[in-house]
Design a protein around this ligand. Structure first.
Ligand code: PEP
Ligand code: MN
Length: 366
Protein backbone atom coordinates (compact mmCIF):
# COMPACT_ATOMS: atom_id res chain seq x y z
CA UNK A 1 0.00 0.00 0.00
CA UNK A 2 1.45 3.40 -0.87
CA UNK A 3 1.71 5.89 1.93
CA UNK A 4 1.03 9.57 1.60
CA UNK A 5 3.20 11.78 3.77
CA UNK A 6 2.74 15.52 4.08
CA UNK A 7 5.81 17.69 4.36
CA UNK A 8 6.00 20.97 6.22
CA UNK A 9 5.81 23.14 3.10
CA UNK A 10 2.60 21.57 1.85
CA UNK A 11 4.18 19.10 -0.58
CA UNK A 12 3.12 15.50 -0.21
CA UNK A 13 5.25 12.49 -0.87
CA UNK A 14 3.84 9.33 -2.35
CA UNK A 15 5.89 6.49 -1.08
CA UNK A 16 5.91 2.76 -0.77
CA UNK A 17 6.78 0.96 2.44
CA UNK A 18 10.30 -0.49 2.22
CA UNK A 19 9.18 -4.11 2.14
CA UNK A 20 7.38 -3.54 -1.21
CA UNK A 21 10.64 -2.33 -2.71
CA UNK A 22 12.67 -4.97 -0.92
CA UNK A 23 14.93 -2.05 0.04
CA UNK A 24 16.92 -1.21 3.12
CA UNK A 25 15.79 1.46 5.47
CA UNK A 26 18.09 4.33 4.54
CA UNK A 27 17.56 7.33 6.72
CA UNK A 28 18.14 10.97 7.32
CA UNK A 29 19.28 12.46 10.58
CA UNK A 30 17.73 15.86 11.06
CA UNK A 31 19.96 18.13 13.12
CA UNK A 32 18.59 20.80 15.42
CA UNK A 33 18.52 24.41 14.22
CA UNK A 34 21.92 25.98 14.87
CA UNK A 35 23.60 22.61 15.43
CA UNK A 36 27.36 23.15 15.69
CA UNK A 37 29.63 21.95 12.92
CA UNK A 38 31.45 19.76 15.47
CA UNK A 39 28.12 18.07 16.26
CA UNK A 40 27.41 17.50 12.57
CA UNK A 41 30.93 16.13 12.19
CA UNK A 42 30.47 13.74 15.10
CA UNK A 43 27.24 12.28 13.69
CA UNK A 44 28.81 11.98 10.22
CA UNK A 45 31.85 10.14 11.58
CA UNK A 46 29.72 7.67 13.55
CA UNK A 47 27.61 6.94 10.47
CA UNK A 48 30.75 6.32 8.41
CA UNK A 49 32.04 3.98 11.16
CA UNK A 50 28.82 2.00 10.70
CA UNK A 51 29.52 1.73 6.98
CA UNK A 52 27.08 4.33 5.64
CA UNK A 53 27.84 6.82 2.89
CA UNK A 54 27.23 10.26 4.33
CA UNK A 55 25.66 13.12 2.34
CA UNK A 56 24.93 16.51 3.86
CA UNK A 57 22.05 18.77 2.90
CA UNK A 58 22.72 22.21 4.36
CA UNK A 59 19.35 23.99 4.38
CA UNK A 60 18.60 27.53 5.45
CA UNK A 61 17.02 26.27 8.64
CA UNK A 62 18.97 23.15 9.48
CA UNK A 63 21.36 20.49 8.28
CA UNK A 64 20.12 17.07 7.24
CA UNK A 65 22.53 14.16 7.18
CA UNK A 66 21.69 11.34 4.76
CA UNK A 67 22.88 7.87 5.76
CA UNK A 68 22.89 6.05 2.44
CA UNK A 69 23.92 2.57 1.32
CA UNK A 70 24.88 -0.49 3.33
CA UNK A 71 25.40 0.25 7.00
CA UNK A 72 24.72 -1.25 10.39
CA UNK A 73 21.11 -0.43 11.20
CA UNK A 74 20.85 -1.83 14.73
CA UNK A 75 20.38 0.50 17.65
CA UNK A 76 20.17 3.68 15.58
CA UNK A 77 18.34 5.22 18.54
CA UNK A 78 21.74 5.73 20.13
CA UNK A 79 22.15 8.67 17.69
CA UNK A 80 19.22 10.44 19.33
CA UNK A 81 21.26 11.18 22.43
CA UNK A 82 24.13 12.76 20.52
CA UNK A 83 24.29 16.56 20.89
CA UNK A 84 22.57 18.48 18.10
CA UNK A 85 20.42 15.57 16.84
CA UNK A 86 16.69 16.30 16.57
CA UNK A 87 15.27 13.18 14.95
CA UNK A 88 15.87 10.21 12.69
CA UNK A 89 13.53 9.73 9.74
CA UNK A 90 13.62 6.72 7.39
CA UNK A 91 13.65 7.57 3.66
CA UNK A 92 11.15 5.16 2.21
CA UNK A 93 11.56 6.29 -1.40
CA UNK A 94 13.96 4.25 -3.53
CA UNK A 95 15.68 7.53 -4.44
CA UNK A 96 17.30 9.28 -1.51
CA UNK A 97 19.47 12.30 -2.33
CA UNK A 98 17.05 13.50 -5.01
CA UNK A 99 14.08 13.26 -2.65
CA UNK A 100 12.18 16.09 -0.99
CA UNK A 101 12.64 14.27 2.28
CA UNK A 102 16.40 14.69 2.06
CA UNK A 103 16.20 18.31 0.90
CA UNK A 104 13.03 20.35 1.34
CA UNK A 105 14.28 23.51 -0.41
CA UNK A 106 14.33 23.55 -4.21
CA UNK A 107 17.72 23.14 -5.87
CA UNK A 108 18.75 26.27 -7.72
CA UNK A 109 21.26 25.86 -10.51
CA UNK A 110 23.47 28.55 -12.01
CA UNK A 111 24.82 28.39 -15.54
CA UNK A 112 26.55 31.59 -16.63
CA UNK A 113 23.99 34.39 -16.53
CA UNK A 114 21.08 31.97 -16.14
CA UNK A 115 19.54 30.60 -12.95
CA UNK A 116 17.27 27.59 -13.11
CA UNK A 117 14.90 26.58 -10.32
CA UNK A 118 14.54 29.94 -8.53
CA UNK A 119 10.96 30.50 -9.63
CA UNK A 120 11.97 32.14 -12.90
CA UNK A 121 11.20 30.72 -16.36
CA UNK A 122 14.24 30.06 -18.54
CA UNK A 123 14.03 29.58 -22.28
CA UNK A 124 16.65 27.39 -23.92
CA UNK A 125 16.56 27.73 -27.70
CA UNK A 126 18.48 26.87 -30.84
CA UNK A 127 18.61 24.30 -33.59
CA UNK A 128 18.60 20.55 -33.02
CA UNK A 129 22.18 20.36 -34.31
CA UNK A 130 24.97 22.85 -34.92
CA UNK A 131 25.08 22.66 -38.73
CA UNK A 132 27.62 25.34 -39.65
CA UNK A 133 29.35 28.31 -38.02
CA UNK A 134 27.48 30.94 -40.04
CA UNK A 135 24.04 29.43 -39.50
CA UNK A 136 24.62 28.85 -35.80
CA UNK A 137 25.92 32.32 -35.00
CA UNK A 138 23.00 33.83 -36.89
CA UNK A 139 20.31 31.76 -35.11
CA UNK A 140 21.99 32.33 -31.74
CA UNK A 141 21.71 36.10 -32.19
CA UNK A 142 18.10 35.79 -33.38
CA UNK A 143 16.89 33.67 -30.45
CA UNK A 144 18.70 35.91 -28.00
CA UNK A 145 16.95 38.96 -29.46
CA UNK A 146 13.59 37.19 -28.98
CA UNK A 147 14.28 36.44 -25.32
CA UNK A 148 16.12 33.10 -25.12
CA UNK A 149 18.18 32.81 -21.95
CA UNK A 150 20.32 29.83 -22.96
CA UNK A 151 21.50 28.43 -26.29
CA UNK A 152 21.15 24.81 -27.38
CA UNK A 153 22.67 22.87 -30.27
CA UNK A 154 23.91 19.32 -30.66
CA UNK A 155 27.54 18.71 -31.61
CA UNK A 156 27.31 14.96 -31.01
CA UNK A 157 23.93 13.75 -32.30
CA UNK A 158 22.27 10.48 -31.31
CA UNK A 159 20.63 9.45 -34.60
CA UNK A 160 18.43 6.42 -35.19
CA UNK A 161 20.26 5.72 -38.46
CA UNK A 162 24.07 5.49 -38.57
CA UNK A 163 23.85 7.05 -42.05
CA UNK A 164 22.20 10.27 -40.83
CA UNK A 165 24.15 13.46 -39.95
CA UNK A 166 26.00 12.72 -36.69
CA UNK A 167 26.99 16.28 -35.77
CA UNK A 168 30.10 18.44 -36.23
CA UNK A 169 31.65 17.02 -33.02
CA UNK A 170 34.54 19.12 -31.67
CA UNK A 171 34.09 21.78 -34.35
CA UNK A 172 30.47 22.07 -33.19
CA UNK A 173 31.63 22.60 -29.60
CA UNK A 174 33.96 25.39 -30.75
CA UNK A 175 31.09 27.09 -32.58
CA UNK A 176 28.92 26.87 -29.44
CA UNK A 177 31.71 28.52 -27.42
CA UNK A 178 31.95 31.30 -30.00
CA UNK A 179 28.18 31.85 -29.83
CA UNK A 180 28.46 32.16 -26.06
CA UNK A 181 31.14 34.81 -26.48
CA UNK A 182 29.02 36.76 -28.95
CA UNK A 183 25.69 36.56 -27.12
CA UNK A 184 26.74 36.28 -23.49
CA UNK A 185 24.32 33.37 -23.13
CA UNK A 186 25.33 30.02 -21.61
CA UNK A 187 25.25 26.95 -23.88
CA UNK A 188 23.92 23.43 -23.40
CA UNK A 189 24.91 20.48 -25.54
CA UNK A 190 24.64 16.71 -25.41
CA UNK A 191 27.34 14.34 -24.25
CA UNK A 192 26.79 10.77 -25.46
CA UNK A 193 29.92 8.93 -24.41
CA UNK A 194 31.64 8.70 -21.00
CA UNK A 195 34.99 9.20 -22.81
CA UNK A 196 33.81 12.59 -24.09
CA UNK A 197 32.72 14.07 -20.75
CA UNK A 198 35.89 16.11 -20.17
CA UNK A 199 35.94 17.41 -23.75
CA UNK A 200 32.28 18.51 -23.69
CA UNK A 201 32.66 20.00 -20.20
CA UNK A 202 35.52 22.16 -21.50
CA UNK A 203 33.10 23.97 -23.82
CA UNK A 204 29.55 23.63 -22.43
CA UNK A 205 27.95 25.42 -19.49
CA UNK A 206 25.39 22.61 -19.06
CA UNK A 207 25.83 19.03 -20.29
CA UNK A 208 22.77 17.28 -21.65
CA UNK A 209 22.13 13.55 -21.24
CA UNK A 210 19.86 12.56 -24.11
CA UNK A 211 16.77 10.43 -23.71
CA UNK A 212 18.48 7.39 -25.23
CA UNK A 213 21.26 7.57 -22.65
CA UNK A 214 19.15 8.13 -19.54
CA UNK A 215 20.11 4.73 -18.14
CA UNK A 216 23.72 4.70 -19.33
CA UNK A 217 25.04 4.27 -15.83
CA UNK A 218 28.72 4.61 -16.78
CA UNK A 219 27.94 7.99 -18.35
CA UNK A 220 25.86 9.08 -15.34
CA UNK A 221 28.67 8.17 -12.95
CA UNK A 222 31.23 10.05 -15.04
CA UNK A 223 28.99 13.13 -14.93
CA UNK A 224 28.90 12.79 -11.16
CA UNK A 225 32.57 13.73 -10.94
CA UNK A 226 32.42 17.03 -12.85
CA UNK A 227 31.50 20.45 -11.57
CA UNK A 228 29.01 21.52 -14.24
CA UNK A 229 25.20 21.26 -14.27
CA UNK A 230 23.70 18.23 -16.02
CA UNK A 231 20.31 18.23 -17.77
CA UNK A 232 18.93 14.69 -17.69
CA UNK A 233 16.28 13.99 -20.29
CA UNK A 234 13.60 11.42 -19.54
CA UNK A 235 14.09 8.14 -21.42
CA UNK A 236 11.47 7.38 -24.09
CA UNK A 237 10.12 4.46 -22.00
CA UNK A 238 11.24 5.49 -18.54
CA UNK A 239 8.90 5.66 -15.60
CA UNK A 240 9.18 8.70 -13.38
CA UNK A 241 10.82 6.55 -10.73
CA UNK A 242 13.45 5.21 -13.16
CA UNK A 243 14.15 8.76 -14.28
CA UNK A 244 14.68 10.03 -10.73
CA UNK A 245 16.85 6.98 -10.00
CA UNK A 246 19.03 7.99 -12.97
CA UNK A 247 19.37 11.46 -11.39
CA UNK A 248 20.28 9.72 -8.15
CA UNK A 249 23.24 8.10 -9.93
CA UNK A 250 24.66 11.51 -10.82
CA UNK A 251 24.01 13.03 -7.40
CA UNK A 252 25.35 10.05 -5.45
CA UNK A 253 28.49 10.14 -7.61
CA UNK A 254 29.19 13.68 -6.41
CA UNK A 255 27.34 16.18 -8.61
CA UNK A 256 24.14 17.59 -7.14
CA UNK A 257 23.55 20.07 -9.99
CA UNK A 258 20.92 18.07 -11.86
CA UNK A 259 18.09 19.49 -13.97
CA UNK A 260 15.40 17.12 -15.26
CA UNK A 261 13.85 17.49 -18.70
CA UNK A 262 10.49 16.02 -19.73
CA UNK A 263 10.65 15.39 -23.49
CA UNK A 264 7.80 12.97 -24.04
CA UNK A 265 7.49 9.22 -23.75
CA UNK A 266 6.64 6.54 -26.27
CA UNK A 267 3.00 5.48 -26.25
CA UNK A 268 0.59 3.89 -28.77
CA UNK A 269 -0.26 7.35 -30.16
CA UNK A 270 0.97 7.89 -33.71
CA UNK A 271 -0.08 11.46 -34.53
CA UNK A 272 2.66 12.79 -32.30
CA UNK A 273 6.32 11.70 -32.19
CA UNK A 274 6.09 11.26 -28.41
CA UNK A 275 3.43 11.85 -25.78
CA UNK A 276 4.43 14.83 -23.65
CA UNK A 277 3.71 13.87 -20.05
CA UNK A 278 2.98 17.17 -18.36
CA UNK A 279 1.76 15.49 -15.20
CA UNK A 280 5.44 14.69 -14.64
CA UNK A 281 6.05 18.38 -13.87
CA UNK A 282 4.05 18.70 -10.62
CA UNK A 283 4.97 15.13 -9.68
CA UNK A 284 8.69 15.85 -9.99
CA UNK A 285 8.18 18.97 -7.86
CA UNK A 286 6.43 16.90 -5.19
CA UNK A 287 8.86 13.99 -5.19
CA UNK A 288 12.18 15.81 -5.68
CA UNK A 289 13.87 19.15 -5.09
CA UNK A 290 15.26 19.28 -8.65
CA UNK A 291 14.28 21.84 -11.31
CA UNK A 292 12.41 20.61 -14.38
CA UNK A 293 12.49 21.86 -17.97
CA UNK A 294 9.92 20.85 -20.61
CA UNK A 295 10.88 20.17 -24.22
CA UNK A 296 7.71 20.38 -26.32
CA UNK A 297 9.74 20.08 -29.56
CA UNK A 298 10.76 16.44 -29.02
CA UNK A 299 7.66 15.99 -26.89
CA UNK A 300 5.36 16.40 -29.88
CA UNK A 301 7.54 16.25 -33.02
CA UNK A 302 5.24 18.79 -34.71
CA UNK A 303 6.00 22.49 -34.79
CA UNK A 304 2.34 23.45 -34.69
CA UNK A 305 1.96 21.73 -31.31
CA UNK A 306 5.07 23.30 -29.78
CA UNK A 307 3.55 26.62 -28.71
CA UNK A 308 0.33 25.27 -27.12
CA UNK A 309 2.28 22.62 -25.21
CA UNK A 310 4.91 25.18 -24.15
CA UNK A 311 2.15 27.32 -22.64
CA UNK A 312 0.60 24.28 -20.93
CA UNK A 313 4.02 23.39 -19.51
CA UNK A 314 4.30 26.85 -17.92
CA UNK A 315 0.85 26.30 -16.43
CA UNK A 316 2.01 22.95 -15.04
CA UNK A 317 4.78 24.73 -13.13
CA UNK A 318 7.99 23.97 -15.02
CA UNK A 319 11.20 25.98 -14.55
CA UNK A 320 11.75 26.53 -18.24
CA UNK A 321 11.40 25.37 -21.80
CA UNK A 322 13.70 23.88 -24.39
CA UNK A 323 12.65 24.85 -27.92
CA UNK A 324 14.19 23.90 -31.27
CA UNK A 325 14.47 26.85 -33.66
CA UNK A 326 15.87 26.84 -37.21
CA UNK A 327 16.14 29.58 -39.87
CA UNK A 328 14.69 27.23 -42.43
CA UNK A 329 13.12 24.16 -40.81
CA UNK A 330 12.47 22.44 -44.16
CA UNK A 331 16.23 22.33 -44.75
CA UNK A 332 17.30 21.37 -41.23
CA UNK A 333 19.69 18.40 -41.05
CA UNK A 334 17.70 17.00 -38.11
CA UNK A 335 14.30 17.54 -36.48
CA UNK A 336 13.04 20.10 -39.03
CA UNK A 337 9.36 19.12 -38.63
CA UNK A 338 9.40 20.10 -34.95
CA UNK A 339 11.52 23.25 -35.32
CA UNK A 340 10.04 26.74 -35.09
CA UNK A 341 11.04 29.55 -37.42
CA UNK A 342 12.63 32.55 -35.63
CA UNK A 343 9.37 34.41 -36.17
CA UNK A 344 7.25 31.73 -34.55
CA UNK A 345 9.75 31.49 -31.71
CA UNK A 346 9.40 35.22 -31.05
CA UNK A 347 5.61 34.81 -30.88
CA UNK A 348 5.98 31.87 -28.49
CA UNK A 349 8.18 33.90 -26.12
CA UNK A 350 5.71 36.74 -26.09
CA UNK A 351 2.83 34.35 -25.23
CA UNK A 352 4.95 32.75 -22.50
CA UNK A 353 5.40 36.23 -21.02
CA UNK A 354 1.63 36.77 -21.11
CA UNK A 355 0.95 33.46 -19.37
CA UNK A 356 3.55 34.32 -16.76
CA UNK A 357 1.80 37.60 -16.14
CA UNK A 358 -1.50 35.80 -15.62
CA UNK A 359 0.05 33.20 -13.33
CA UNK A 360 2.02 35.89 -11.57
CA UNK A 361 5.41 34.24 -11.91
CA UNK A 362 8.57 35.94 -12.92
CA UNK A 363 10.73 35.22 -15.91
CA UNK A 364 14.03 36.32 -14.48
CA UNK A 365 13.63 35.53 -10.82
CA UNK A 366 12.67 39.06 -9.79
C1 PEP B 1 17.92 16.78 -28.65
O1 PEP B 1 17.75 17.53 -27.66
O2 PEP B 1 18.21 17.22 -29.77
C2 PEP B 1 17.67 15.33 -28.50
C3 PEP B 1 18.30 14.45 -29.27
O3 PEP B 1 16.76 15.06 -27.57
P1 PEP B 1 16.24 13.66 -26.96
O4 PEP B 1 17.44 13.02 -26.33
O5 PEP B 1 15.20 14.09 -25.98
O6 PEP B 1 15.67 12.85 -28.10
MN1 MN C 1 16.47 17.37 -31.80
Amino acid sequence: MPLVRFLADGFFVLSHPPEEKGGKNEMIIVMERFALSAEIEQVSERLKDRGFQVHLSQGVQRTIIGAIGEGIQENMDSFLVLPGVEKIVPIVQPFKLASREFKAEPTIIKAGSTTIGDGSIQIIAGPCAVESREKYLEIAALVKESGATMLRGGAFKPRTSPYSFQGLEQEGLEILAEARELTGLPVITEVMDPRMVDLVAEYADVLQVGARNMQNYFLLRELGRIDKPIMLKRGPSATIEEWIMAAEYIISSGNSQVILCERGIRTFEKYTRNTLDLSAVPLIKQLTHLPIIVDPSHGTGKWKLVEPMALAAIGAGCDGLMIEVHQNPSEALSDGPQSLTPDNFRKLVSKVCNIQGILNISRDGE
